[in-house]
Design a protein around this ligand. Structure first.
Ligand code: GLU
Length: 476
């Protein structure tokens, strides 16, 4: 078998959502699993679509996810250059070979003429095929006209490493453009030349290319090249509905997820799960496990639904698995500004309390601000509370006052607080949702918090009682 060499070949068109990077993850896993190489190649031959800065953006995204590549535009490699706009001479030479062999010709038509052919076909209710209008005596190709492939229509049977055995008839083969009038090759031509030059063993790409594969096979034949193994990944679908995931469907750019404090391992796990599982119920896979277990023939054929709640759940799982010290280091840049004057030991106590509930690091300020600063009293917290809003102000006052009295006697150790809160609850005859919510609101001015006794123990006696006194004043 040929050594495994896979590639990620994105076009630098800006935004890179998690669906777009999935083929990179698949390709990376396959390379690492087989001690092969993973190559990054920038397909920048469509200058109209290019977005400045996206090269760096792409490379940063791969690096942030830990998808290290062995060859690429910024690190070089044995098949340089890894940027198609720097490989134009090679495409030109190959194009001339095809012309000489009688397998490519200059397209003499204007876009309007081609459009007219298309309309004729439509009117006759026939599929449009350019080759039906192939010119008998094409002009000499001077590089200003598009260059077309002179196809050799025939049926094909091939094996797709994900979709299995496929076949098509000759009717899908047509004379497609190899080189555009601006001198740049099309994707259809350039990727074939490059994958061959770069000794790529597997092409893993999205479903949008499947209809063109018979044409590619026809071109490989004309060039006398052996096609790599092809694997077609299903679409990543928008959370609702039946359409492909796009920018507007809630999927953020990979780097935005990283910035919001999603862990690279969780992202990788999530991205692979968009279309792959190992056939068991297992959902959490470490990177090492994925390298060991991933295989193309277990990638599903139908669209994979993008569900951000699943990503949140997975990320929360990875966060809970971290040691406190490790997590503390990772969240360094995410604390609310008010935390700055607090020492490591206090912040670690706070972090230990929220680790269980933290889904991504950027949530940290919202979950922890009250540990660092006295928030203003928010009357809505009681007014909108399902249970508390049913009670009279005077009853609330009475309940909270009882709590104040007991807590004044407490040493604020976790054990003592737990005991007192339970005794108070029992004496009050109220449900925990009523009684504990009241104390929670008074001491945190937040609708939710970690365990009440835990939170009070970390806040300390003075602060907790001060806040309770303030709430009592408002309830009077
Ligand atoms: N440049 C193509 C794209 O970004 C690559 C497809 C492929 O992997 O061959 O869609």
């Amino acid at each position: 078998m040929k050594p495994v060499r896979t590639r990620f070949a994105p076009s630098p068109t800006g935004f890179l959502h998690v669906g777009g990077i999935r083929t990179a993850v698949f390709a990376w896993l396959l390379a690492r699993q087989n001690n092969g190489q993973f190559v990054l190649r920038l397909e920048d031959t469509d200058q109209k679509r290019e977005v400045a800065g996206s090269d760096e953006h792409l490379m940063k995204s791969l690096k942030a996810l830990g998808l290290d590549y062995d060859e690429g535009p910024d690190i070089g490699g044995p098949y340089e250059p890894y940027r198609q706009s720097k490989r134009l001479l090679g495409y030109k030479l190959l194009a001339h070979e095809l012309v000489e062999d009688g397998r490519a010709y200059a397209d003499p038509y204007t876009p309007e003429e081609v459009q007219a052919f298309r309309e004729q076909a439509q009117a006759a209710k026939k599929p449009f095929l350019y080759r039906n209008h192939r010119p008998e005596n094409p002009p000499l190709w001077d590089g200003t006209q598009p260059l077309r492939f002179k196809s050799d229509p025939k049926p094909y049977k091939w094996h797709d490493a994900i979709l299995g055995d496929l076949s098509t008839g000759p009717e899908v083969i047509d004379d497609f453009i190899l080189v555009k009038s601006d001198g740049f090759p099309t994707y259809n031509f350039a990727h074939i030349a490059d994958d061959n030059d770069m000794q790529i063993s597997h092409i893993i790409r999205g479903q949008e290319f499947i209809a063109s594969v018979p044409n590619y096979l026809n071109l490989y034949e004309a060039l006398g090249m052996e096609p790599p193994i092809m694997a077609t990944a299903p679409h990543v679908m928008a959370p609702e509905g039946k359409k492909k995931l796009g920018k507007r469907d809630g999927a953020k750019d990979v780097l935005d997820y990283i910035r919001d404090g999603y862990l690279p391992d969780a992202l990788i796990n999530f991205i692979v799960s968009l279309g792959w599982n190992d056939g068991t119920e297992q959902e959490i896979f470490s990177r090492e496990e994925l390298i060991e277990k991933f295989c193309l023939d277990r990638v599903q054929h139908s669209g994979a639904q993008f569900d951000e709640r699943r990503l949140l759940w997975m990320n929360g799982h990875y966060i809970r698995e971290l040691s406190l010290d490790d997590l503390y280091e990772k969240v360094a840049g995410y604390w609310p500004p008010e935390a700055e004057s607090y020492d490591d030991s206090y912040k670690k106590q706070v972090l230990r309390l929220v680790q269980e509930r933290l889904k991504y690091f950027a949530e940290l300020p919202e979950l922890t601000r009250f540990f660092f600063v006295d928030l203003p009293i928010d009357n809505n917290l009681i007014a909108e509370h399902k249970q508390l809003k049913k009670l009279e102000k005077s009853d609330l006052h009475e309940l909270l006052e009882a709590a104040e009295q007991s807590l004044q006697q407490s040493d604020f150790s976790l054990a003592d607080l737990t005991e007192r809160l339970n005794a108070l609850l029992e004496a009050s005859g109220q449900k925990p949702a009523v009684f504990f919510s009241l104390i929670r609101i008074a001491t945190t001015q937040s609708p939710s918090s970690p365990g009440l006794a835990d939170s009070l123990a970390v806040l300390g006696k003075e602060r907790s009682l001060e806040r309770i006194a303030q709430q009592l004043a408002v309830l009077k």
